[in-house]
Ligand binder design. Structure first.
Ligand SMILES: [Zn+2]
Length: 153
């Protein structure tokens, strides 16, 4: 068998989204299968990629240029759907993060960061990218804080 077809996602190397050109995040089949509706379960190679660009409708794609869009998902995922929870495991939303910023606290974000280290975090199946949401949460917090300080008080 051609080695190219039995590679693990980790050694496939980077692949760019066929629509927007963003660098894809390698995901295992367990991850994307958990996110897409059942009728799309056979739609991609096991080793697929997540497109992280929020404005792009492609969620997953593979090296054969097959794509799965947001309409094929079981539910909206961040950042494709800005109203979807930032964290698939614990349901932290952008509203929660904004509430922290508004109140000048980090209660909700800190709570999430704590939980994310525990056994309740199941990013492999609960996160669309298969990765921890911690980076997204921190980025969103910084962005929201900057947006707040830009506004005249
Ligand atoms: Zn894309």
């Amino acid at each position: 068998m051609n080695k190219a077809f039995i590679r693990e996602p980790d050694d496939t190397g980077p692949l760019n989204c066929p629509v927007c050109g963003s660098l894809g995040i390698a995901v295992v089949s367990e991850t994307w299968q958990s996110q897409v509706a059942e009728e799309f379960a056979g739609g991609l190679a096991d080793a697929a990629f997540f497109c992280p660009y929020d404005k792009c409708d492609v969620v997953y794609f593979d090296m054969f240029d097959r794509k799965i869009g947001t309409a094929a998902l079981r539910h909206g995922v961040y950042p494709k759907d800005p109203r979807a929870p930032l964290c698939g495991c614990f349901g932290l939303t952008t509203d929660d993060v904004e509430a922290d910023v508004r109140e000048g606290v980090v209660t909700r974000v800190r709570d999430l960061l704590q939980k994310a280290k525990g056994p309740g975090a199941r990013c492999r199946t609960m996160s669309a990218s298969g990765r921890s949401c911690v980076g997204d949460v921190q980025r969103y917090y910084m962005k929201a804080r900057e947006a707040k300080s830009d506004k005249p008080t």
